[in-house]
Ligand binder design. Sequence first.
Ligand SMILES: NC(=O)C1=CN([C@@H]2O[C@H](COP(=O)(O)OP(=O)(O)OC[C@H]3O[C@@H](n4cnc5c(N)ncnc54)[C@H](OP(=O)(O)O)[C@@H]3O)[C@@H](O)[C@H]2O)C=CC1
Ligand SMILES: O=C(CO)COP(=O)(O)O
Length: 339
Amino acid sequence: MKKQSVCVLGGGSFGTAMANIMAQNGHQVSQWMRNEQQVEEINLTGLNSRYLPNAPLHQELLATNNLEEAIRASDTIFVSIPSKSFEDVVERIDRLLTPEKLLISTTKGFNPKRFELMSDILKRNSATQKIGVLSGPNLAKEIAAGQLTGSVIASDHAELRETVIELLKSPTFRVYENTDIAGVELAGALKNIYAIVCGLAKALKVGENTMAMIMTRSLAEMSRFAVHFGANPMTFLGLAGMGDLIATCTSPLSRNYRVGHALGSGQTLDDAIEAIGEVAEGVNTLRMVREEASKHGLYMPLAEGLYQLIFEGAKLETLIGTMMTGGQKWDVEFATYEK
Ligand SMILES: NC(=O)C1=CN([C@@H]2O[C@H](COP(=O)(O)OP(=O)(O)OC[C@H]3O[C@@H](n4cnc5c(N)ncnc54)[C@H](OP(=O)(O)O)[C@@H]3O)[C@@H](O)[C@H]2O)C=CC1
Ligand SMILES: O=C(CO)COP(=O)(O)O
């Protein structure tokens, strides 16, 4: 692939990990962030010590404060901004976009202002409809440490999918493709709820039978919700579905898992979030999904139980009770059993 101009919006751990791979691949990469000291640190020392310590960054990765310049110079733009601020940042770049530019979200969450995903925000821009979503079991610190990692690019545009696969291809990072944007994006956002549940369960020292049951029923809930909103249930068998659920529900590197673990160890939600100091998308996702599930009559006992536990002071037994005695009886809902 010939040298491409790319920019990554966001100075957090995931944006930095992606920017670094593309710089290592010889592309012209700028990474936009709002913190001037962080820009200076990356450009002078090759380190992003707040978000990705211990990961030396490629010398050609250029950190910048200049959003306009970064967008104008780039053919492909990755937006790696937490869901809370995603819309604000995308609105700032709107007038700088042109029809050829490729726009990719890496953000796993919902807009807290209204029920919509990041790709919905990207689609509202006035210039380009070349939109994609990157999602998968992608713990940023593991990627930076060179652990073998797979991800998924979902888009209607074959050219976009091909470009992202090539930009990010490395001996340790591989991107697969999918056209089910709704499935891939919903999978990445929803699994954060269940990572909180699993962190909590682990803190309570549950056994592996229990962990397996929680994770598998989580997958059932996630796909039930997502299929209602247009996803293909088969997507949940792939890296963006089962893959990300496994990584996030079992790793203390996941911020959402850590929130759950802290809750299970007796901390308050506010203390847990403050101690982590990075984004944990699952808390907002839980609020949005619970509201939408009740509006549409979707049965989500684990999400409902977690919501009641966190926001309504319910006892842990409520969460356990909804899982053990709930109304849903089929193992796999999208299979046909009755002859
Ligand atoms: N980390 C991971 O392992 C993975 C994360 N993701 C997803 O990627 C998204 C980004 O996460 P991640 O990189 O981990 O987040 P971090 O918490 O590591 O960093 C967030 C970054 O966003 C910046 N930011 C926040 N608000 C704004 C704003 N209004 N304007 C400009 N910059 C802003 C922060 O800047 P500042 O420091 O100035 O506040 C910081 O650079 C999330 O949705 C996450 O779910 C996806 C896959 C893996
Ligand atoms: O999405 C992730 C891994 O795929 C990162 O999870 P956390 O946001 O919980 O750290």
